[in-house]
Design a protein around this ligand. Structure first.
Ligand code: HEM
Length: 474
């Protein structure tokens, strides 16, 4: 069936050459949310010379990810992503098809399954205990943002490689490498939208930075592979609970014969790079926002701490059985993800022409889902800009909201995030411990309500100003 291209959705007025780029500002998800209030839940914008559609309602997101899921099962491409993620050999970028299905299955069934996530409980507990000790040892205000960034990266490094890189030799070098990797994935690359400005990326050194970061990361991964292979041949196979993700991938290599897809070292490196692209910064951002909102909302803070302390009692640390009973903490996390989805704009691309919300979307066109706009849609949420964890206390409220695509911090459809269980295990245990062990306030007697919620720009959106707090031992 052919659709005519005459029927286009509303567009904000644009300028020659740059199109609507000037309207995006520093926080594209927020600017697009405001533009959607005027122009509607499906807008056509122009990023320089590139047309893109923006979806800002649950109803249209559902149409995309349920009715037309296969058509929207690819992501739009970018030079930086391709370079850093092994030319699309990873799960996040791989084009929809046999190869993606195979490596996604490895991700879902082997690397990120509930059983595997559970097997890393000791790693999470040890790293969290270290952070708690560090906080206890600091006698003035602490930079909680920095601590949470280090913690989530350490947990991921230990789970992925069996070792962390924030201590010992080369500490600064590795920190810079991991930070830059995350930062580069979030860079706005003007050359993609205004092709004749591509030369700027040579001039401003962006391409060189991307190349350098890729090569250094690749070298680190090679060294980790070599070490693993040497240890495995000396010590033999490990028990299930002792295996890091690289061990799982190396074991999996032997099973590769069962399909036509061979998983070589480059493919495994790409999958591990994904864990860092998708797994560390997002969880860190969510934790930072959860603590920010709790400090801003003393009633919610009191309520969550009261429940945690009742459940944990005199014990110093929180167990996984405790977590199951902490329904208010779970509601706090969901409400945080609704208001501050770590990845607020989700880029997909149409593989063929399709009708969406009554409008024609041509083939190979970018479509962004504005997760922030959907999570804060006043037609679907009461007082959407208010932090009210109670809205998620009803059993099943979150699942039904997710099914309706009102709540989609982890995306949706067949390409939705496979790391939900992994991320939830980290977020719950970190927050429960922080809130059980300490009372929190702003330095110099400032009132919590005054805390800012300014955002950074980039792929995952953080609090712009670090969260500096004073911790009092409970
Ligand atoms: C709070 C934490 C997290 C958030 C908010 C988050 C969010 C997202 C979102 C929005 C997507 C795109 C989904 C879509 O297109 O529908 C995604 C994809 C993905 N995430 Fe996560 N994520 C988180 C944690 C993790 C973790 C811990 C991992 C792994 C360790 C992970 C690995 C991935 C991968 C591999 C994909 C690509 C899936 C595919 O294309 O098939 N994420 N995530």
């Amino acid at each position: 069936k052919r659709y005519t291209s005459a029927l286009l959705p509303p567009s904000p007025p644009r300028l020659p050459v740059i199109g609507n780029l000037h309207q995006l500002g520093e926080h594209a998800h927020q600017s697009l949310r405001s533009l959607a209030l005027t122009h509607g839940p499906l807008m056509l914008i122009h990023l320089g010379s590139v047309p893109a559609y923006v979806v800002s309602s649950a109803e249209i997101a559902r149409e995309m990810l349920k009715t037309h899921d296969i058509i929207f099962s690819n992501r739009s491409d970018s030079y930086i992503f391709r370079r850093l993620l092994y030319d699309g050999k990873d799960i996040l970028l791989a084009p929809y098809g046999e190869y993606w299905r195979h490596i996604r299955a490895i991700g879902v069934l082997q690397l990120l399954s509930s059983r595997r996530v559970q097997s890393y409980q000791a790693v999470r507990e040890e790293e969290i205990a270290l952070m708690i000790e560090n906080i206890k040892g600091s006698d003035s205000s602490i930079d909680l943002s920095k601590m949470l960034g280090t913690l989530t990266n350490d947990i991921l490094c230990r789970i992925a490689f069996g070792k962390k890189y924030s201590q010992g030799e080369g500490e600064e070098k590795f920190k810079k490498l991991f930070d830059e990797f995350g930062e580069l994935l979030g860079v706005f690359n003007i050359g993609e939208y205004i092709p004749w400005l591509k030369w700027l990326n040579h001039l401003n050194g962006l391409n060189a930075r991307v190349d350098r970061n890729f090569l250094e990361f690749d070298k680190l991964l090679d060294q980790i592979f070599d070490d693993h292979i040497a240890t495995r041949s000396e010590e033999g196979p490990k028990e299930h609970d002792q295996m890091d993700l690289l061990d799982v991938l190396l074991d999996n290599q032997h099973d590769a014969g069962i399909t036509d897809v061979t998983i070589a070292r480059t493919n495994m490196k790409a999958i591990l790079a994904d864990m860092f692209a998708g797994g560390s910064d997002t969880t860190y951002a969510a934790l930072e926002w959860a603590m920010t909102e709790l400090v801003k909302h003393p009633t919610a803070m009191t309520k969550v701490q009261k429940q945690i302390r009742q459940i944990v009692g005199e014990r110093r640390s929180v167990t996984k059985e405790d977590l199951q009973k902490m329904d208010y903490l779970k509601a706090v996390i969901k409400e945080t993800l609704r208001m501050h989805p770590p990845i607020p704009l989700m880029p997909r691309i149409s593989s063929q022409q399709v009708k969406l919300h009554g409008f024609n979307i041509p083939a190979h066109t970018r479509v962004f889902i504005n997760i922030t706009a959907i999570g804060r849609d006043a037609e679907r949420w009461d007082e959407p800009d208010e932090f009210r964890p109670e809205r998620f206390l009803d059993a099943g409220a979150c699942d039904s909201r997710a099914q309706e695509f009102d709540f989609m911090p982890f995306g949706g459809g067949r390409r939705g995030c496979p790391g939900v269980t992994f991320a939830t295990a980290v977020m719950e245990l970190v927050l429960a411990n922080l809130l059980h062990c300490f009372d929190w306030s702003l330095p110099d007697g400032a009132r919590g309500e005054e805390l800012d919620v300014e955002e950074t720009s980039g792929l995952s959106v953080h609090k712009k100003n670090p969260l500096i707090l004073v911790a009092y031992c409970y």
